[in-house]
Design a protein around this ligand. Structure first.
Ligand SMILES: Cc1ncc(COP(=O)(O)O)c(C=O)c1O
Length: 356
């Protein structure tokens, strides 16, 4: 069996539950393509996956929830920033299966603790929300960095007879109760879905651009590209971690996907393209460039980006266009990974940038 067929049949055999509205739209951004002379820009609208207002975590959870059910967990313990998209979508998926979502929202000094955005939405779903004040340098990505916060909650659940499932932030790293790259496999599927949509429109995809946080989305898309369209580059714009850390995460997750699918393939250094210079003032900090990029896409295309992930990734894309990173007439797909509920807690800052 050739690699393509084997990967397809292995993917089809991975257990899933149905949480998303798929396929998400694939659309040309005609006005932005005219503005960015030289490239054809398309959007893959994963802000429209459904599941409590959409976003990339819905696809991941379609693959993670069967693992939660297999382990007969009664609660899911996870964590994120105060306005975490991931936590909001975990709450929605867990509720569908009568599993208790326990969300540890790690609040850094100065973060917006308004009853709005994802915090509001997670509260409406009656998630068990615990707000934990942490200092500004608190590392969030790896379980070992938050162990002292997770452990007491884990023991509390165990003592109550609620078998807990620890899901790592973003559903990406192989840690906690998720020992295989389930979340990222959702994005191998997403890449294949995109490829089919593009083929139906006679479009060959040269580059995919995506916001990268915990690396699972990027790793899944990269594994998908290597399996199904080796000529397609996947470019990640980091919103939080430095390039070396992300390169390592992406390699680990993508290579584990190949192991899971029993495909004899590995990523190499040239496959992993990450730009970390657009993080600027830090994760979740809105600056004028991000506000301008949100406005640009909203005004030209009527599409809403978010202040933390896709707005920042768009700053990167626009800058790469200006620097001539893309070749003439390349077809570039921006993966819109969602996050739009966060527009609301950032409302006054966005308004402020308008006046300046
Ligand atoms: C809206 C949005 N875009 C992109 C990402 C990054 O995805 P990943 O964590 O898989 O890198 C996230 C993660 O939280 C997100 O919420």
């Amino acid at each position: 069996m050739d690699m393509f067929k084997k990967a397809k049949s292995k993917l089809a055999a991975v257990p899933t539950v149905n949480l998303c509205f798929l396929p998400t739209p694939f659309e040309k951004m005609q006005n932005l393509s005219e503005l960015f002379k030289g490239i054809n820009l398309f959007f893959k609208r994963d802000d429209q996956t459904g599941l409590a207002m959409g976003g990339n975590k819905a696809r991941k959870l379609e693959f993670i929830m069967p693992d939660v059910l297999r382990q007969q967990a009664k609660s899911i313990i996870t964590w994120g920033g105060f306005h975490s998209n991931w936590c909001r979508q975990v709450a929605a998926a867990a509720k569908k299966y009568h599993i208790k979502p326990i969300l540890l929202l790690l609040k850094k000094p100065g973060s917006r603790n308004v009853f709005n955005g994802n915090y509001l939405l997670s509260s409406l779903m009656a998630a068990d929300i615990r707000i934990v004040e942490v200092d500004k340098d608190q590392k969030l990505m790896e379980l070992k960095g938050v162990k002292q916060i997770i452990d007491p909650v884990f023991h509390e659940e165990e003592n109550q007879g609620n078998k807990p499932y620890i899901a790592s932030i973003g559903g990406s790293l192989l840690e906690g109760s998720m020992k295989r790259p389930w979340g990222a496999i959702g994005y191998v599927n997403a890449f294949f879905e995109l490829l089919q949509q593009a083929a139906a429109q006679q479009v060959t995809i040269d580059v995919v651009v995506v916001a990268t946080g915990s690396a699972g989305t990027h790793a899944g898309l990269l594994a998908g590209a290597k399996l199904f369209s080796p000529g397609t580059k996947v470019v990640g714009i980091s919103v939080s971690e430095d390039k070396n850390t992300l390169d390592r995460y992406i390699k680990n997750i993508a290579d584990e996907i190949f192991v899971e699918l029993e495909i004899d393939l590995k990523t190499c250094a040239q496959d992993i393209i990450v730009f970390d210079e657009y993080i600027k003032e830090g994760y979740g900090v809105l600056n004028k460039e991000v506000a301008d990029s949100i406005r640009l896409v909203a005004e030209r295309e009527g599409v809403l980006l978010d202040p933390v992930y896709t707005g920042k990734a768009m700053v990167g894309l626009v800058d790469l266009v200006k620097k001539g990173y893309f070749k003439d007439r390349e077809n570039v797909v921006f993966f819109h990974t969602g996050g739009t509920p966060s527009l609301f807690p950032y409302g006054s800052e966005l308004a402020g940038f308008r006046q300046n």
